[in-house]
Design a protein. Structure first.
Lengths: 183, 212
């Protein structure tokens, strides 16, 4: 099976500053990779590059269909959560259930706490059917139960041949391959 | 997805601030007789032009909610990841914006024309000029909204950018409403079509540039 994400000799420049160069890695089905590094080392930028939202300065990025969870929930604030998630995917119920959000389906997004919003963002990714998940600081604002539920979802996703690339300076549950970025 | 996007913007428009520009348009039309006096002849002569100025300024009101909330909230990024191109997003935004602005303005033109003592044949020309001109105006508004999204003082900046660019539309729309005849109408239509054709690409380029 071919790689779901491949970086070949990639360099990224932001605001005149070279964040990294000569970056090579592959992410195959069933693999998970954590991008680690201090604040400002370019973890989020690497994820946006992987998603195709940024262009590399040099090099080449090949990607399969993917879903991205970052700081922006991309859910309509005035809609109930269930309906807001349905804009992106027809049947979000299962992933809402998996993240403990089922009882919030009728609550408007604007009333959710930051932890609940994070779970909702992750539910959007989980409902997407994309083989590649990009998670930017997935543990931010999540409580212990949320982190555990995310761990279970990631395991299930890997078992079905998916792959996960996460950017985090925290310790993520499970065995992760590490990619260290240095400023 | 494009249909869902248009429906979403329509819902957000009609449950939110779509009515504000129309109220503003009517308010400006109400103010004109106060400003120039109740002389019916004079009002009838300048009325159509005054309505178009009211329409242009009303078009400025929704500009900050057209693109910026979706950019800040990551919706534009997610649409791209769902395979929707920036040009498609732009086209959907233009269609949705026109649908929440053009028809309402068309309806509001009736009471506004009554306030300004615009006669029947002139009213027919005003209405036609609104049908012809507002799609172009909506396209221009969306492009300017995208160009100013995320900038500080975007609202004022958008006004400075939009109004000069709308001058050609204003000239031929007002000329047609006066008695410029079919040539002015054809030129207004040409400008409207030009704006409609160009705006999705300008908007898309602005969306890409804003993606950091």
């Amino acid at each position: 099976m071919s790689a779901l994400l491949r970086f070949e000799d990639v360099a990224l420049q932001r605001g005149g500053r070279l964040l990294f160069e000569g970056l090579n890695f592959e992410l195959n089905p069933g693999e998970r990779l954590q991008v680690a590094g201090p604040n400002g080392s370019g973890k989020s930028s690497l994820l946006r590059l992987a998603a195709g939202l940024l262009r590399p300065e040099r090099g080449r990025v090949d990607r399969s269909p993917l879903a991205l969870a970052d700081d922006a929930p991309a859910l309509d604030r005035e809609l109930p959560l269930g309906q807001a998630l349905q804009f992106w995917d027809r049947a979000p119920e299962q992933s809402m259930e998996a993240l403990g959000l089922a009882h919030l389906a009728l609550v408007p997004v604007r009333l959710l706490s930051s932890g609940q919003l994070k779970r909702a963002t992750l539910a959007r990714v989980a409902a997407s059917n994309a083989p590649l998940w990009l998670l930017d600081e997935p543990l931010n604002a999540l409580d212990v139960d949320g982190a555990k539920k995310l761990g279970t979802l990631v395991e299930a996703h890997l078992e079905t041949g998916g792959a996960v690339l996460a950017a985090s300076h925290q310790k993520l549950g499970g065995e992760w391959r590490k990619l260290e970025l240095n400023p | 997805m494009i249909g869902a996007l248009i429906l979403r913007d329509l819902r957000r428009g009609f449950t939110g601030s779509a009515w504000l520009p129309i109220a503003f348009f009517l308010l400006v039309a109400t103010l004109v007789p106060f400003a120039v006096g109740p002389d019916a002849k004079l009002l009838g002569r300048i009325g159509a032009g005054a309505l178009w100025i009211a329409a242009l300024t009303a078009a400025l009101l929704p500009i900050e909610r057209l693109i910026e909330p979706d950019r800040a909230d990551g919706v534009l990024d997610q649409l791209l990841l769902h395979g929707v191109t920036d040009e498609t997003i732009a086209a959907a935004k233009i269609a949705a914006h026109w649908l929440t602005f053009g028809p309402l303005l068309f309806v509001a033109a009736f009471p506004a024309a009554a306030l300004l003592d615009i006669d029947r044949s002139a009213l027919a020309r005003v209405l036609l000029s609104i049908w012809i001109g507002t799609p172009g105006l909506a396209a221009l508004t969306v492009a300017v909204a995208a160009l100013t999204a995320g900038l500080p003082r975007a609202g004022s900046m958008a006004g400075l950018l939009l109004l000069p660019l709308a001058v050609p539309l204003l000239i031929f729309a007002a000329a047609f409403c006066g008695d410029g005849g079919n040539q002015a109408m054809a030129l207004e239509a040409a400008i409207s079509i030009l704006l409609l054709a160009g705006s999705p690409f300008v908007t898309a380029a602005a969306l890409r540039a804003a993606r950091t």
